[in-house]
Ligand binder design. Sequence first.
Ligand SMILES: Cc1cc2nc3c(=O)[nH]c(=O)nc-3n(C[C@H](O)[C@H](O)[C@H](O)COP(=O)(O)OP(=O)(O)OC[C@H]3O[C@@H](n4cnc5c(N)ncnc54)[C@H](O)[C@@H]3O)c2cc1C
Length: 285
Amino acid sequence: MRRFEIALPTSVDECVKALSGAGVKLVAGGTDLLPQMKNGLLRPATVVDLSGVAALRALEADAKGLRVGAAVTARTLERDARVRGPYASLADSGALVGSVQVRNLATLGGNICNAAPSADMAPPLLALDAEAVIAGPKGQRRVPMLEFFTGVRKTVLGPDELLVEFAIPAPGPRSGGSYIRHTPRRELDIAVVGVASQVTLSDGVCAKARIALAAVATTPVRATAAERALEGQPLTPARIEEAARLAVEAARPISDQRGSVEFRRHLVRVLTHRTLTRALERAGA
Ligand SMILES: Cc1cc2nc3c(=O)[nH]c(=O)nc-3n(C[C@H](O)[C@H](O)[C@H](O)COP(=O)(O)OP(=O)(O)OC[C@H]3O[C@@H](n4cnc5c(N)ncnc54)[C@H](O)[C@@H]3O)c2cc1C
């Protein structure tokens, strides 16, 4: 690995100042960044270590929703009761990242800012209507997660901006969510397809549905036709099957060594069916 300077800020403002230089990269858990530096894909002159910025590790839940700091780890999301209940799809996804050792380092912000199409923690954030809170030299701005990703490994973040936290609205009573992915190996593998579903029930019908897919396009995507087919309807097995079929329309997968287009489309249907069924159970149906 090439030599680099290390900066150790203790506040978000200090991070923003440190980002004003040339060739600067942020590091949270380092589980994406360090392999990229070792492979020579990235050669930063300065690495800004976020581990001393307490504000980035905030995790606060109230009646309005959940605030999750960018540096909260996958392991915390997997285990924290405030996440596992109402935001179960996020806890599901955290529990699937790497191994326990990786999850103790890997952060939610790192997973999202690395912007791999297969990132496991992205679909739950889309399905939960989360917003990213971003800090830069001009202050803070909020971006809906649906607009955050702009391409493979590309996001709306400017070079002088950092992700501070995610604001997730409370799903409300009679809501449930689920994230499931398919991998050929049980652990330490990348999603061939991942699906997050989120439903809210009211008066015997589905008041709100969200379905988000990973690893089937250049960015995580919402399956909006499938969502529309569910909203205002009772969630019968036939409706769920129809939504699973419609979710395939949102997928634009490629064939690669880990799966063909046809296999990925099949997985979208199967995993949408499974996540909707589990979300419905968790909503107390
Ligand atoms: C063995 C192994 C297994 C893995 N398994 C999985 C898996 O199953 N599923 C999965 O999705 N991923 C997996 N990953 C990838 C990785 O662990 C995750 O993406 C992880 O969440 C990245 O978080 P991090 O804190 O380590 O990010 P880092 O490596 O620290 O950073 C990643 C990128 O995000 C940027 N960044 C970090 N924090 C911020 C911030 N606050 N604001 C702006 N930019 C920021 C960094 O500059 C860098 O470009 C695996 C990695 C390894 C090594």
